[in-house]
Each structure stands twice: as C-alpha cells, then as structure tokens.
Design a binder for this molecule. Structure first.
Ligand SMILES: Nc1ncnc2c1ncn2[C@@H]1O[C@H](COP(=O)(O)OP(=O)(O)OP(=O)(O)O)[C@@H](O)[C@H]1O
Ligand SMILES: Nc1ccn([C@@H]2O[C@H](COP(=O)(O)O)[C@@H](O)[C@H]2O)c(=O)n1
Length: 200
C-alpha cells in the first residue's frame, strides 16, 4: 500500500497516476475534466456519473443510490469505490481524473485502505455558492438533483463533509486551487498550468 507522500501507485499489476478533482456542485469539475482528457490524455471517472449509471443498470443498489442523490447525501464508500475500481480496471489507461470523489472522510479513508491508491494531486475548483447555484439551475440536463431544494442540501454537505477532505490534502501540500468563477476558457488556462507541471 502507498504512503500519503508516495504517489507511485501499483494497482492491479500496473503503475497508475490518480488526480482527484474536487469542488462544490456546479463549480465546473466535469466541464474542465473534458478539457483535460482532450489535452492531456487522462481518463475521466466521475463518481456521480458512475452512480447514475448504476441506477440505470437496474442494480440492487439502484433505489438506495437514487434516494441518496435526491437528498444530496453521500452514498456509502464501499458502493462508490467498487464502481471506481471496476472502471479503473476496465480502462486501458494509466492516468485517471477521479471527479467528485472523495466527498467525505469516509470516502477518503476507505479508498486509501481498500485500494492503497494515493493521489498525485488534488485539483480544487473554488467557486462562490451564488455562481454555482446559477450554473446548476441553468444546467438543463434533467438531473433530479438540480432543483433548488436539493441544491441547498448539496451545498450543506459540501461545506460540512467535502471541504474537510480538501483541507486534509491541503495539509499534505497536494491541493492546487483554481479560481473556478472565471469563464470556462480562462479556468482552463489555469488548469493547463497545473498539468504542464505534472507532465514536467
Ligand atoms: N467557468 C464556467 N462558467 C460558466 N458556466 C460554467 C463554467 N464551467 C461550467 N459551467 C456550466 O455550469 C454547469 C455545471 O458545470 P459542470 O457540470 O462542469 O459542474 P460540476 O462541478 O461537474 O457539477 P456537479 O458536481 O454538480 O456534477 C454546466 O451547465 C456547465 O456548462
Ligand atoms: N463520491 C460521491 C459522489 C457523488 N455522490 C452522489 O451523487 C450526487 C451527484 O454527484 P455529482 O458529482 O455528479 O454532482 C451527489 O450529490 C451525491 O448524492 C456520492 O454519493 N458520492
């Protein structure tokens, strides 16, 4: 198992690099991950997308996951980690952006102990609640949690449970904070600067 400072991960027989992508709901994580995939060859694994796919697949956990998402709550780590492990193992790539995970201390500690994977970096999209709310309310993707009631619950969970995870990695010197309140292209310029250093 890796230590928190050793980011050379051996996973399922191969060396992999993992970057966690964190930030509030609607801060633009998914949008920027798409840009990173295109420019830097990472595979994007969105925990939220994996959970939504699990609901659609008719899995035995589907109803539980759907209820948690509607309430803006965090699904038990064991469920999400299984989906992430499957996606990592099924990918031919060795570089992963894990978006929207770990979302709380339970996610973080369980991922570390189950997989032994240590993130190279944590990309943190910092954005005001006012801007995130505006973006989520106009996202228009038919998501069941993009309504004002659930959005407020998601913000509360983010403040109470997700920010402490970002602080944990910040104390380890792993966080790269990006001003995510700027237009998409300007945010990506700042993201690029981070990835150019990772590649160097
Ligand atoms: N920098 C930006 N400026 C304006 N709008 C943006 C910006 N980045 C993303 N958006 C838009 O805001 C909405 C939310 O973005 P996105 O889905 O990337 O956020 P997210 O952080 O992945 O959200 P969630 O955690 O809820 O999945 C989308 O409609 C997207 O097009
Ligand atoms: N680690 C995670 C990630 C997400 N969820 C649930 O999915 C919802 C949507 O997540 P997005 O990243 O797509 O915004 C989120 O509000 C949680 O209910 C989770 O449980 N654990």
């Amino acid at each position: 198992m890796g230590s928190v400072t050793d980011t050379t991960n051996q996973y399922a027989g191969k060396k992999i690099t993992v970057i966690f992508v964190l930030g509030g709901p609607g801060s633009g994580k998914g949008t920027q991950c798409a840009n990173i995939v295109e420019h830097f060859g990472y595979t994007h694994l969105s925990a939220g997308d994996l959970l939504r796919a699990e609901i659609k697949s008719g899995s035995e956990n589907g109803t539980m996951i759907q209820n948690m998402i509607k309430e803006g709550k965090i699904v038990p780590a064991a469920v999400t980690i299984k989906l992430l492990q499957k996606a990592i193992q099924g990918s031919g790539n060795d570089k992963f952006l894990i978006d929207g995970f770990p979302r709380n201390e339970e996610n973080r500690a369980a991922f570390e102990s189950i997989t032994g994977i240590v993130p190279e970096l944590v990309l943190f999209f910092d954005c005001s609640e006012e801007e995130m709310e505006k973006r989520l309310l106009s996202r228009n993707e038919g998501r069941e949690d993009d309504n004002i009631e659930t959005i407020r619950k998601r913000f509360k969970v983010y403040m109470e449970s997700s920010l402490p995870v970002i602080h944990y990695y910040s104390n380890l010197g792993k966080v790269r904070k990006i001003d995510a309140g700027k237009p998409v292209d300007a945010v990506f310029e700042d993201v690029k600067a981070v990835f150019q250093k990772v590649a160097a």
